[in-house]
Every structure is written in structure tokens, then in C-alpha cells.
Design a protein around this ligand. Sequence first.
Ligand code: PLP
Length: 379
Amino acid sequence: MSLFNVYPLFNITPVKAKDVFVYDKNNTAYLDLYGGHAVISIGHSHPTYVQKLQEQVATIGFYSNSIQNPLQEQLAKKLCDVSNCKYYELFLCNSGAEANENALKLASFHTQRKKVIAFKNSFHGRTSAAVVATDIPKIVAPINAQQEVEFLEFGDIKALTKSLSKEDVCAVITEIIQGVGGLDEATTEFYKTVDTLCKKYGTIFIADEVQSGFGRTGNFFAFQKHDIEPDIISIAKGMGNGFPIGGILIHPKIKASFGLLGTTFGGNHLACTASLAVLETIQQEKLIENTREVSEYFINKAKQIPEIKNIKGRGLMLGLEFDFPIAELRKKLIYEHHIFTGSSKNPNLLRILPSLTVKKEHLDVFINALIKALELQEV
Ligand code: PLP
């Protein structure tokens, strides 16, 4: 049987990985500044993570639903402690798309409405609100046919006010920094207005922190910079450092009842162990502090490269914007300099999403390689 071919792939097959490096069968080291779409948060094969997962596999490898799993409580407690989101409750699932689907369903149940507002150029996974793909509408056919999604310009307060004032919107869903869309972030005024208007018109405010959460932006959650309180926060990616896990943090104004949400695999022992190891490591190794420090260092270096016209994002969720498409440059970085970077919907933007353990010396390697690759760049 062949694979259903929906992703373009680079011709590299990693056979082992350690911290910010992955290695192919010839033991060639690749500096990973992409982390498989921002998934690697505490470094590949982190010793604490590996040890805890091995111990867990050797005891109860996997069990999820309908019996007690104290690891879920431990994870909720630890997440509350590290994120400082004190009052929320946690529901666990397996991916970012699933987290957002659960968030949208919950919003719909809570408000008894079905209309959703999302923003153009956002990405919320292969869900009813998969907005980045509005230009390929066939693949965004709503999973939940009951839900209608209205797409507004990101940051457009006037249009948002007009829509919300009709009091028929169950949820506004937004990334705080648009990842796949190209690293735009709206103003604090915009996010505060979303928060205020949602409260005023009885709409649920969903912050999609699937990519930006777990310390990636230099705050535990990107929304914390804007001093707002979303009703639901969706999480995944860096949460498991490669192990599939997602979840939603739910404000206590939304009440739980049996049967409201459900899952087979969500919150299983292995997934909880992976995420607990991530949170412990973020705390013990002060990775949020590291993120801020290396980010500042990197941005200062990047500013000295004249070909970089704009630096977008914050923390270790960054985009370097050029005035030409970066596809060839990215290939050069991979095949000639052995460095993984990312792309986005903006063809001129090179995305940098390394593990939060990345050090200045690794970023120096990248900067030097980038300078060399740009010297030879045919524009
Ligand atoms: N939300 C955001 C902001 C994302 O960036 C992504 C994936 O890139 C998703 C949701 C979907 O997550 P997953 O691929 O785990 O379903």
C-alpha cells in the first residue's frame, strides 16, 4: 500500500535525535530550528522525558477512559502552577485540531448558538475553522455541519463589533500570533476588545495557543502579554514534546456535565507522563527565561543582516521576512548547511521555531549559514 501523498517532504530520514539536533543514517547532524511544526519544546530525546516515558511504559503503558488516572490530576495541577492559569479546568484530547473542535462544541453547547467568528489567515487545524485554507475551500468543509464560520480581517474591531452585537455568535476563535499564516499579531487593544465584547454579548472567547503555548513566545501563553482572560484556551504541540496530546483549559463559567465531551485516547497515561515531563523541564531548566534571552540575542543578530526586511513574532516563534520567496534559501539551508527551518503562507517568510533549549551558539551557527547562503542567493 502506498501513502496518500498530501505533504511535500524533504529527502532526509532522521534515525536519531538529541536536543536541537537530528541525525541521519550517515550520522550527519542537522540543526533543527523547526521542531516538526513547533512541537519540540524541551529538546529531542530529553533524558528526563525519555526516562519517565520508559518507566511509564514498563508499568501501565496505556490506559485512558473510564478508570481513574491520577496522572490527569497531576497534570492539571502542574499546568496550573507553571502557566499561572489558576481557575481553569482541563479536558485532555490528542491534537490541536481536536482541542479546537472540542472548544467550538463546548462554546456551542454553552451558548446554544452555532455561529463562529474566526480571522482570515488564521490556522486552527483541520477543523470547521481551518481558516488559512479558505483559498482551498474543498478541504475546509465544516466537520460539524451545524456550525457556520464567518471570517473577519484579523484586528478589525469594527467588523467584530458589528457581528457580535447581533448576539448570535457562539465563539470567537483566534490565535494570538498567527503561526502558519505568517506571524502577525494584533494589538493589545484588539485582544482586550475581543475579550470585552465577548463578555458583553455572551460569546465564548477561544484563544488558540496550540502553537504559541507552553513558553514558546517567552510567556507561558502568548495571550498573557495582553492581560486578557479567554474563556477557553486550546493547547497541543509543545505540550507533549512529540508525544500526541492536546487539551482545552476551560473557564469555570462553563459548567461540566457527564457526556458533554468525550475521548478514547485523550489523557492516557503515556500522554500525561510526556506532558508532565515537559512542564517539569520547563520549570527546572528555566526554559521560558532562556527563550526570552536567546530570542533577544537572535533578533539583534538578525537585524544586522540587510536582506532581512522584517522580523516577526516573539520569543522562539519567529519569522524572518525577505523581499523574495524563501523556498530556494530553505533548501540551501537544509541540504548545504544542514539546518531545518520552516515556511508559512507568506512565501517570503522563513520561520524559526526551535526547541526552547536552543543556545546562542546554535543560533550563531544559523546566522553564519544564513549569511553564506544569502551571498550565493540568486534573486
Ligand atoms: N492551531 C494552531 C494555531 C496550529 O498551528 C495548528 C497546527 O499547526 C493546529 C491548531 C492544529 O494542530 P494539529 O496539527 O495538532 O491538529
